[in-house]
Design a protein around this ligand. Structure first.
Ligand SMILES: [Zn+2]
Ligand SMILES: [Zn+2]
Length: 158
């Protein structure tokens, strides 16, 4: 990707004005995994945990590096950039909020988690923020498989 586009994206991210629809669905688990580690992660570790071939992991990481979400330290692994951390936090927040929405109708937490994982790539940040605000910025996550008890709403993290 052109360096000017990356800088432009960075500026947009600083303003918090991303749509939430930037990433293709298959990249979302990578971002969430890297956020949960908060450290350098090796390709093999991602491959094992995501159940994806190492060659595919390398290719996807190349794209995430080009897009500015991931930083690669040669021979040591990858980690999220500052923008990547911000974006991955949103991805977790979106999952958590959509689970609360589904949670009102008697579906089991495990089913909800699976359903939300399938639909979440197509829900915008604007909608997530609006729903979260209308719920009064809830603080406790209902996700049975997530690494976070706290809902990662920017309002809760202030
Ligand atoms: Zn979940
Ligand atoms: Zn909120």
């Amino acid at each position: 990707m052109d360096i000017l586009i990356i800088i432009y994206m960075s500026v947009n991210f600083e303003k918090g004005s991303f749509s939430g629809l930037e990433l293709t669905p298959r990249k979302i688990p990578y971002m969430k995994y890297l956020l949960s580690k908060n450290d350098l992660v090796r390709t093999n570790e991602l491959s094992e945990n995501l159940g994806v071939e190492p060659s595919t992991v390398t290719k996807t990481l190349d794209e995430l590096v080009d897009e500015g979400y991931v930083y690669r330290e040669p021979y040591r692994g990858v980690r999220l950039t500052d923008i990547g951390v911000k974006y991955a936090s949103f991805l977790v927040h979106r999952h958590q909020i959509l689970e609360l929405v589904f949670g009102k109708y008697g579906i089991s937490p495990k089913e909800i988690c699976d359903e939300v994982s399938r639909i979440e790539p197509f829900v915008s940040k604007k909608s997530v923020d609006t729903i979260c605000a209308s719920m009064g910025h809830p603080t406790i996550s209902q996700c049975p498989s997530g690494s976070y008890n706290r809902i990662l709403c920017p309002e809760n993290l202030k």
